[in-house]
Design a protein around this ligand. Structure first.
Ligand code: FAD
Ligand code: SF4
Ligand code: SF4
Ligand code: SF4
Length: 552
């Protein structure tokens, strides 16, 4: 309960009326994870494995399974997720947030190295046939959640290989293709059929697929790129960030000594800039706001700087100047920041007379992604992105999720694919949808007594030496923590809002209100006999994780 009282909150006369109760709360890490991962749950399985009769190997297996329940690509997604789960971790102000992402990555790799099978839900086969367009994370997540519930699923992908942007855009030094390949192969092993080189709108149309399948999921992504719309943009030497990254995945070409200007401040711009650097170019990123407003992941900006990518802030391109076909320079307008826009980011405004020319040979435009609705003539595409219900339902037999509902990040695409599958399955079986974990009340700020927990520094993600980043351009930079670090890090979790068996309540309750459970599991260690409680409130004050609270 968000308004939990402690003994210290009560006037002296009320001290003996604080009857306790055990109430699980939503921890901040889970509230921040786009896929609502039960982070405290899988960290607890590891940290408390001995209390619950598991070996550490068994605990890692179990923790992997809990993650894989919501995300079939944990080794992949953990490598690229900007891990918002760590931003508000209760441990952050003590000695650093728990390295949730590093443990999740360890577990993702653990599952692959031990060939752990993805957990099925239903052994019974359902008669309905499911069609899925695209094979990016949203579609793979939807396909997985339907296949493990007993449906026969077919993916239709316009390219020859599955994976969406994870395969075609994100560079190997951040996400090695072998990791993605291994996780996709494991997923397709659940009897999911993949039909490659099938383009919805060209090779097959939606009505045909609607007749063939009981329902269709649209995971089309945001495949197109927006252009600048300035003079000189049409012609050789200008390429969009997504096209450049896609081409480079097939075959990288030397840009030795070329002056490359990358326009934009998001992840595509950072990937394009760092990739061009690997191809030998002198690279400058131009962004029309200041660094504070850049949407790119902060560590990507730091790493680009470490690789000697230059940045010019508060400039906006107005013209590409050519000599014949060759690009000579880009004219830029100096900007200043005005009032915040609808998204709260300060608006860039031109500074009169502040024009400048920057020499360039190649311009990479990475300003924003756009939709490509070919093949969707029968669907309402009047808006920039598909408008669905919260559960992804678009029409009687159509669900959608991922970047086609607005560009975001991979873990959100996974979540939208999963929620759409849960909704579609419930509808097909005439059931009510599952209750969301977030229905629990969030824990109050300050309810966790952080002083109770011993200091323990956060383990750092190991990294390849910086001297090798450009000389070994495709080698992965971030590495995985080891077996011992994973348990050390899991043990730093304070289990915000759920019992972790510190035994304080059990030891100090004068009324012997707490009885140990025979078969324990994380969160389940003691039963509190409400009739025994004398209302002294001592256990509420002692409970470090905020699980015990006062009854009304
Ligand atoms: C350069 C770049 C860097 C990024 N970096 C990160 C990052 O660091 N971390 C992060 O979490 N996210 C990142 N993202 C975002 C992430 O990749 C996307 O949010 C995610 O891939 C969206 O998944 P999706 O399944 O919706 O779409 P996509 O991954 O785009 O997949 C869509 C799939 O549908 C197929 N398709 C489309 N139209 C058709 C059709 N008509 N017929 C058949 N098939 C079709 C496509 O070929 C593709 O395979 C990045 C994106 C880009 C472009
Ligand atoms: S998916 Fe991202 S936000 Fe969620 S637990 Fe993993 S790293 Fe954290
Ligand atoms: S301490 Fe543990 S439960 Fe609390 S926010 Fe951090 S990871 Fe989540
Ligand atoms: S005091 Fe300790 S054992 Fe008791 S409920 Fe809180 S966390 Fe669990």
């Amino acid at each position: 309960m968000s308004g939990a009282k402690t003994a210290a909150d009560q006037p002296a006369t009320a001290l003996f009326q604080l009857h306790a109760q055990q109430v699980e709360k939503l921890p901040p890490c889970q509230a921040q994870c786009p896929n609502s991962g039960d982070i405290r749950g899988w960290l607890g399985v590891i940290a408390q494995h001995e209390k619950n009769g598991l070996t550490l190997n068994q605990a890692y297996d179990r923790a992997w399974e809990m993650i894989a329940d919501l995300n079939p690509l944990p080794a992949t997604v953990s490598r690229i997720c900007p891990h918002p789960c760590e931003d508000l971790c209760t441990r952050a102000d003590k000695d650093g947030a728990v390295s949730i992402n590093a443990v999740e990555r360890f577990l993702g790799d653990w599952g692959l190295s031990r060939s752990l099978p993805l957990p099925r839900i239903d052994s019974e086969k359902h008669p309905e046939s499911i069609g899925v367009i695209g094979s990016g994370p949203a579609s793979l997540s939807f396909a997985y959640q339907m296949a493990r519930r007993g449906y026969s699923v077919t993916l239709y992908e316009r390219h020859s290989v599955p994976g969406g942007m994870l395969r075609h855009a994100i560079p190997d030094y951040r996400l090695p293709r072998e990791v993605l390949d291994a996780e996709v192969e494991r997923l397709l092993g659940l009897d999911i059929a993949l039909r490659q080189n099938v383009d919805l709108g060209n090779d097959v149309d939606l009505e045909e697929l609607r007749e063939k399948h009981t329902l269709i999921f649209l995971g089309l992504g945001a495949q197109a790129a927006r252009h600048l719309g300035i003079p000189g943009e049409q012609g050789p030497g200008v390429i969009t960030g997504i096209d450049y990254l896609r081409q480079r995945k097939e075959r990288s070409e030397s840009l030795d000594g070329k002056r490359v200007l990358v326009i934009g401040g998001g992840n595509t711009a950072m990937d394009a800039a760092r990739s061009a650097k690997r191809d030998g170019a002198d690279v400058t990123v131009l962004y029309r706001r200041s660094e504070t407003e850049m949407p790119a992941i902060g560590t990507e900006v730091d790493d680009a700087r470490a690789e000697c990518v230059d940045f010019r802030f508060l400039v906006s391109p107005t013209r590409i100047i050519r000599d014949g076909e060759s690009i000579q320079s880009v004219q830029v307008q100096g900007m200043r920041l005005g009032e915040p826009d609808e998204q709260g980011r300060r608006r860039p405004l031109p500074v009169p007379g502040a024009l400048q020319e920057l020499a360039a040979d190649i311009v990479i435009v990475a300003v924003a992604q756009a939709s490509d609705w070919h093949g969707l003539e029968a669907v309402d595409t009047a808006h920039r992105w598909l408008r669905t219900r919260d559960d992804g339902k678009l029409d009687k037999d159509l669900w959608a999720g991922g970047d086609d509902r607005g560009p975001s990040i991979a873990s959100r695409a996974i979540a939208q694919g999963r929620l759409a599958a849960e909704s579609a399955h419930a509808e097909l079986r005439g059931e009510r949808g599952a209750g969301a974990a977030s229905a629990r009340n969030p824990i109050n700020a300050g309810a966790v007594k952080t002083d109770f927990y011993a200091n323990q520094q956060r383990s750092q993600t190991p990294r390849r030496p910086q001297t090798e980043w450009l000389s070994n351009p495709d080698a992965e930079i971030n590495q995985t923590i080891n077996y011992d670090q994973a348990i050390e890090e899991a043990a730093r979790c304070m289990s915000c809002g759920l019992c972790f068996d510190c035994q304080q309540c059990f030891m100090y309750c004068n009324a012997s209100g707490f009885t140990r459970i025979q078969e324990t599991s994380p969160g389940n260690y003691f039963v509190l006999a409400l009739e025994s409680c004398e209302g002294c409130g001592k256990c509420i004050d002692l409970c470090p994780c905020g699980y015990l609270e006062a009854r009304d």
